[in-house]
Design a binder for this molecule. Structure first.
Ligand code: TYD
Length: 140
């Protein structure tokens, strides 16, 4: 198992830009252009009932872009020492989540859509789902 020393400060919000005209906007994310890993999987979270939270886990290897494709929500990042809350509310902004961090998503606005671009296909073995196990992984 690879020990990971990434911190919440390695996660940043990237303006992936948009193509605007009077008929609306298009945002494009392309491997090798405006994302620092190759995308292997795309999923999206929607119909989250009011007051619900998602996430509540860490990944050993997975890297992600998280985008509020519609509406808004908060992402809480935790590296075992530091916590950071990022509010996402624009479809052209992507939160880059590096591997090894605990994350939770909450405060979803009604009708919000969380679009996730991921560096690996789904693998349950890449998850840490117990916070106590995560703390041990990070802090020994
Ligand atoms: P999970 O990643 O725990 O969701 P969240 O972080 O949004 O709370 O996944 C929830 C369920 O969906 C779990 O049973 C696994 C399944 N799932 C897949 O089958 N493939 C996927 O790509 C993802 C993200 C989840």
């Amino acid at each position: 198992m690879k020990l990971n020393r990434n911190t919440v400060f390695d996660c940043s919000v990237i303006d992936v830009s948009k193509v605007h005209d009077e008929a609306g906007n298009i945002t494009v994310v392309e491997n090798g252009i405006n994302i620092p890993f190759d995308v292997k999987r795309v999923y999206y979270l929607y119909d989250v009932p009011g007051g619900e939270a998602r996430g509540g886990h860490a990944h050993y290897e997975l890297e992600q872009y998280v985008i509020a494709a519609g509406g808004s929500f908060d992402v809480i990042l935790d590296d075992g020492k530091n916590r950071k809350i990022v509010t996402l509310n624009r479809p052209n902004l992507a939160l880059h989540i590096v591997p090894g961090l605990w994350r939770e998503l909450d405060n979803f606005s009604s009708g919000s859509v969380s679009l996730v671009l991921a560096s690996h296909i789904y693998d349950e073995k890449d998850y840490i789902r117990e916070y106590s196990q995560f703390k041990k992984y990070r802090n020994g």
